[in-house]
Design a protein around this ligand. Sequence first.
Ligand SMILES: *[C@@H]1O[C@H](CO)[C@@H](O)[C@H](O)[C@H]1NC(C)=O
Ligand SMILES: *[C@@H]1O[C@H](CO)[C@@H](O)[C@H](O)[C@H]1NC(C)=O
Ligand SMILES: *[C@@H]1O[C@H](CO)[C@@H](O)[C@H](O)[C@H]1NC(C)=O
Length: 89
Amino acid sequence: MAKIVNLVSVLSLLLLIAFADAQILGRGFLKPPPTLKCDKTYGVKSGDTCFGVEQTFNLSTAFFESINPNLNCTILFVGQWLCLNGSLS
Ligand SMILES: *[C@@H]1O[C@H](CO)[C@@H](O)[C@H](O)[C@H]1NC(C)=O
Ligand SMILES: *[C@@H]1O[C@H](CO)[C@@H](O)[C@H](O)[C@H]1NC(C)=O
Ligand SMILES: *[C@@H]1O[C@H](CO)[C@@H](O)[C@H](O)[C@H]1NC(C)=O
């Protein structure tokens, strides 16, 4: 009988741990990522580079990258929209 009680308490402990883990994971998954609000956009023109755009609009590289998080400057294409000003919330 004592063995069964032990088994039950061990099992419930494991369940508790699994549940706590799921909650931590769930929080990670359910937390919405910070959304970027872009206030000013710019359409890439022929010959543009990220650096050129940064200079034209007087933006620091760090700021430019922070408002264009998924941008890959080596594959910039004409007509692509860049963000020139915005905020993370
Ligand atoms: C560019 O930005 C810097 C710092 O933000 C500022 O000091 C400078 O006056 C700006 N230049 C122009 C041309 O807007
Ligand atoms: C950008 O694109 C180039 C060419 O497809 C690729 O080689 C490079 O790894 C990419 N860089 C990033 C940061 O995704
Ligand atoms: C971005 O927009 C904010 C709010 O309109 C403004 O205060 C700030 O000067 C702008 N920054 C740049 C780099 O244009």
